[in-house]
Ligand binder design. Structure first.
Ligand code: SF4
Ligand code: SF4
Length: 419
């Protein structure tokens, strides 16, 4: 659902900043919590990827809301519950499934916002000095390096953030810049290389940022709100200094951060156009600026990234791209695309609980295997690592949609596939 949220839903959640703020938090979230608690039908549980593999009642959206009711009554404190809130990938499936999400014209507009609630509880925990060790370390390293400490051969640092583009002769600055997420910039460098060369093939002008930092989205998801805002400020200032009007994004997580977090941080000051690369590529194929002609002989299905499909309603364009590639046999998921499966790779889950991410990815790959495909196509660099590991066990190749399109245009992408 992509309707504009009601006004009360766009208010910033209570600010973090070391004040504690439990009372403020409870006041902000109590109506939403009672809205869930008093109905309690639990429709959300069966679409929750964490619930699907763990069946743990404490890790359901229902429990996430009920805890707020208990906090209001003084029966629980943040330290009692913070650890439960690790178990969420931020996929947004529960919000879609919740019948209490209602948009009935001017009369009643309400959206269940479990993803924001989970983020707010995590922020409250950090404000109260309750840290999850893995997240604390991850964000300290991110702060030190200005990029997430992704694993790979390339050292993660400011000095190396543009190394992925070696030999492509990309300018710095301009009206349009390409933002590359940390995983792709340092680990899966073949993805941004494919994107850059596709845009060059279509004569689309763009540059790179002068000094790009992590978007700050992961810090915000893990509760490190101050850090997230500081990183966002840096990136916006960098765009301003270079006269940037438009930012191209290839990663669904960056897309959510730039279209939801940044507007909440900066309000009217934020007038940057955010363009999702896969949508731009679909348009270029439609307009004849890119014409795939090299056959790619694979039988594929598509993995909808949660942040594109469930949270942003973007599912058509990636399918348009795939259907334009000659030689591909495409078997789509066997249920309404909105309910597409999660990889388990989001919301900081792989940092704290890699074993749970692995189980969710295995379940995702099993669904792909059921369609008789040899390849699972993803449009999200953060999903690819866990999906590839699960795919190896079933001889299912996991490939990136941009790279696949580049192959069908005869482009030798280069770069690292992270393994
Ligand atoms: S989140 Fe929505 S679907 Fe889930 S129990 Fe609460 S009200 Fe019901
Ligand atoms: S956002 Fe996804 S993982 Fe988190 S509670 Fe909802 S369905 Fe579960």
């Amino acid at each position: 659902m992509t309707e504009t949220p009601a006004e009360h839903e766009t208010e910033a959640p209570p600010a973090s900043g070391g004040q504690g703020g439990t009372e403020e938090f409870v006041q902000h979230w109590r109506n939403a919590a009672y809205n869930c608690f008093s109905s309690g039908h639990k429709f959300c549980r069966e679409v929750c990827p964490v619930m699907q593999v763990t069946r743990n009642e404490s890790w359901t959206p229902t429990a996430f809301h009920a805890n707020v009711v208990a906090m209001e009554k003084g029966e629980l404190e943040i330290a009692d519950i913070a650890e439960d809130y690790v178990n969420c990938t931020g996929c947004g499936a529960c919000e879609l499934r919740c019948p209490n999400t209602l948009f009935t014209g001017d009369f009643y507009r309400f959206r269940t916002r479990t993803v924001d609630l989970v983020k707010a509880v995590r922020a409250l925990a950090v404000d109260n000095g309750v840290h999850q060790q893995g997240w604390q370390r991850w964000n300290l390293l991110t702060d030190e390096r200005t990029h997430e400490p992704v694993l790979g051969d390339v050292p993660v640092s400011q000095e190396h953030v543009r190394d992925w583009s070696d030999g492509l002769n990309l300018p710095v600055g301009g009206e349009t810049v390409l933002f590359v997420d940390c995983e792709a910039a340092f680990y899966r460098t073949s993805v941004p290389r494919a994107v850059a060369q596709l845009l060059q093939r279509a004569d689309y002008e763009f540059g790179l940022m002068n000094e790009q930092w992590c978007c700050g989205g992961p810090a915000a998801e893990m509760g490190y709100t101050e850090q997230a805002k500081r990183f966002a400020r840096h990136n916006l200032d960098d765009w301003r200094a270079a006269g940037v009007r438009r930012v191209l994004v290839l990663d669904p997580h960056d897309y959510i951060t730039f279209t939801e977090d940044y507007p909440a941080y900066f309000g009217d000051e934020y007038d940057i156009e955010i363009v999702l690369v896969v949508e731009l590529l679909a348009e270029m194929i439609r307009d004849g600026r890119l014409t795939p002609s090299v056959p790619v002989d694979r039988t594929v299905t598509y993995h909808d990234p949660c942040r594109l499909n469930k949270r942003k309603g973007i599912w058509k364009e990636p399918r348009e791209v795939l259907s334009a590639i000659p030689g591909l046999v495409f078997h789509d998921v066997d249920r309404v695309t909105q309910w597409s499966y999660c990889s388990g790779g989001g919301g900081g889950l792989p940092v704290e609980k890699p074993e749970l991410t692995a189980r969710i990815s295995e379940s995702r790959v099993e669904k792909a295997a059921g369609l008789g495909v040899d390849t699972l196509v993803s449009a999200c660099p953060w999903s690819e690592r866990p999906l590839s590991e699960a795919g190896d066990a079933r001889q299912i190749d996991v490939v990136d949609i941009h790279e696949l399109l580049a192959e069908s245009l005869g482009i030798e992408v280069g770069g690292s596939r992270g393994r």
